[in-house]
Design a protein around this ligand. Structure first.
Ligand code: PBG
Length: 310
């Protein structure tokens, strides 16, 4: 009666992985309970989410072995794995679930960075924007309802918005990974998508420094000015202060990403019997909502939806 915060199935967005060149779903060891899906098993998983009432999914692609290149061309190839998967999902499910496409190059580049590289090995921000525009056109043509640029290039939201509008796709929305930190919590995800940054590099040149909160507000303001329909803070639990600050300053919906490391830590401790996994999952997600997020991307989506229905 007096609870201030109620987590509901409507708050959840389920991340899913689709991999090219496999014939059976492949369990992801670093993310217990999650799998790389075939296009067929992905559609079944999406149907399960619909039956649980989960309103949206966000899709990540894993190209076939040996299919990566320097520019990440698989990301915008009309026959690329995410494009194939999006069109299958759209024809099987129509508008029963919102299709969000993660928009980045790192799964498709042989060097593992989110953008293309200059000869000296640094990321070329502005040249990358042109490739993001190609990805935006390919994903929206294939059936994505919302594009979620996650590469943290400056100007990415404006570039994608311009490409979509130029193609007459004004109705396609943008969920901006606006305040994305250079976090060690993405480790299990990189195993899941087979991304390794060459030379043991990192993303600190384009993702945010965990020591800074005000920078997040600046990033969010820029993305909204460039046309973001929703913004995101990522990761979630170590950044609840950032979520709360952003929530108090914006008028668009705020999402938070409970990332792979946050999920896998709960799973690993629960497997050892050290914590009550389902209870901790519910506590984590409820706290993210309490901090001010209105949508939560989480690998717990299906599991928590079942608990909430139970
Ligand atoms: C980049 C991307 C990453 C995640 C989502 N999009 C990895 C990264 O920035 O290195 C991480 C998600 C997670 O850890 O659950 N395409």
């Amino acid at each position: 009666m007096v609870a201030e915060t109620t987590l509901t199935v409507d708050d959840l967005i389920a991340p899913l992985f689709v991999r090219e060149g496999i014939t059976e779903p492949a369990p992801i060891l670093s993310l217990p309970g999650q799998s790389q899906q075939t296009v067929g098993s992905l559609v079944l998983e999406a149907k399960r989410l619909v039956s649980l009432g989960v309103p949206a999914l966000v899709l990540f692609g894993v190209p076939a072995d040996g299919a990566k290149d320097a520019t990440g061309s698989g990301a915008w190839d009309r026959d690329g794995i995410v494009q194939k998967a999006l069109s299958e999902l759209k024809s099987a499910l129509s508008d029963q679930i919102v299709l969000i496409a993660d928009l980045c190059l790192d799964e498709y580049t042989d060097h593992g960075h989110c953008g293309i590289l200059r000869p000296d090995g640094t990321v070329d921000n502005d040249a990358t924007l042109e490739l993001y525009q190609k990805v935006a056109l390919a994903q929206s043509a294939a059936g994505a309802d919302i594009l979620a640029p996650s590469g943290m290039m400056d100007g990415q939201v404006g570039a994608i918005r311009a490409a979509l509008d130029g193609a007459g796709r004004e109705e396609v929305g943008i969920l901006a990974y606006a305040a994305k930190y250079a976090s060690a919590l993405y480790g299990p995800f990189r195993h899941a998508v087979g991304v390794e940054i060459t030379g043991g590099g990192d993303r600190r040149a384009y993702q945010q420094d965990p020591r800074n909160a005000r920078e997040a507000l600046a990033e969010v303001a820029l993305d909204i000015a460039e046309g973001a329909d929703m913004v995101m803070v990522k990761p979630a639990l170590a950044y609840l202060d950032v979520i709360a600050q952003v929530a108090s300053t914006i008028d668009v919906p705020l999402a938070a990403y409970h990332v792979s490391g946050e999920y896998s830590m709960v799973k690993a401790a629960a497997e050892r019997g050290w914590i009550d996994g389902p209870a901790v999952a519910l506590e984590h997600l409820t706290s993210i909502k309490r901090a001010g997020a209105s949508a939560i991307l989480t690998y717990f989506a299906a599991e928590v939806a079942e608990t909430l229905h139970g």
